[in-house]
Design a protein around this ligand. Structure first.
Ligand SMILES: C[S@@+](CC[C@H](N)C(=O)[O-])C[C@H]1O[C@@H](n2cnc3c(N)ncnc32)[C@H](O)[C@@H]1O
Length: 246
């Protein structure tokens, strides 16, 4: 069975509500991200690219690539002829990614359809896997988390790296309260209004506000079988880059 058919088969058997959300939002997805993070999302991806490209990996995977920002940024930065693949289960996101790629025709990224629960790649194929702003979707109150993590672990080579850039929880109580209030009163309302998709931004606000601390995320990765996990806080802990070794 092709990855897409396998995925459709899975969908018939289980609910994948997030897929509808990410099929609906795309036209204004990038704009909204830039707006509500004051363009800091780009800076955070840049930092994640730096982590992903350390050691000049030959084969790199961008999980949940969405509109391809992380993968394309890596392709622009890496000058040693590596192979970069972006995978996502939203056709509309992948369409935007392929359109963007036309801006850099000499930078090759393979954008492929696939579900992280059943990645269409050989075992131990990638030196590095990165994921930007989607690890929360895979692990926040998601019953398929163990499946996602074991698939990610499977496709990374022993000694290979998994880099996550994601929202996190500020250490300071006052800042944390402010951050959650900003998510609730500004991002949730304005995001719903601009995108016309209330459900997506209700989910966004709720999952960001209740997501793991860096210590909890480290435990999740160690329990899943990664051998060492470190993190770099960003914007006072509102986001973080986590690096795990297989
Ligand atoms: C918030 S977007 C992040 C996109 C991109 N990485 C970025 O930095 O902007 C989350 C993406 O994860 C994808 N996604 C969520 N669950 C997935 C799964 N199980 N398999 C593949 N893609 C998934 C969605 O389709 C969406 O494109």
């Amino acid at each position: 069975m092709e990855p897409k058919e396998r995925h459709q088969d899975r969908q018939q058997k289980q609910d994948r509500p997030l897929q509808d959300i990410f099929t609906d939002v795309p036209p204004k997805y990038d704009l909204i991200n830039r707006l509500f993070t004051f363009r800091m999302d780009e800076h955070w991806r840049k930092r994640a690219v730096k982590e992903c490209l350390k050691g000049q990996p030959a084969k790199i995977l961008d999980l949940c690539t969405g509109t391809g920002d992380l993968a394309l940024r890596m392709a622009r930065k890496a000058d040693w002829g590596c192979q970069i693949t972006g995978v996502d289960f939203s056709d509309t996101m992948l369409e935007v990614a392929r359109e963007k790629q036309k801006l850099w025709p000499d930078k090759q990224v393979d954008f492929v359809f696939g579900d992280v629960a059943d990645l269409p790649f050989e075992t131990a194929f990638f030196d590095t896997a990165g994921i930007s702003f989607a690890f929360r979707n895979l692990t926040f109150e998601n019953p398929d988390t163990p499946e996602f993590l074991s698939e990610i672990l499977r496709v990374i080579k022993p000694g290979g790296k998994f880099v996550i850039v994601e929202s996190s929880q500020p250490g300071s109580g006052i800042y944390r309260k402010f951050f959650h209030a900003y998510m609730k009163h500004v991002v949730r309302r304005m995001g719903s209004w601009i995108s016309g998709n209330r459900e997506a931004y209700q989910y966004f606000y709720y999952s960001v506000s209740h997501f793991y601390t860096a210590a909890e995320l480290k435990k999740l990765l160690l329990d899943a079988g990664f051998s060492s996990v470190s993190h770099i806080p960003l914007a006072g802990g509102a986001a973080a880059i986590h690096t795990a070794i297989k």
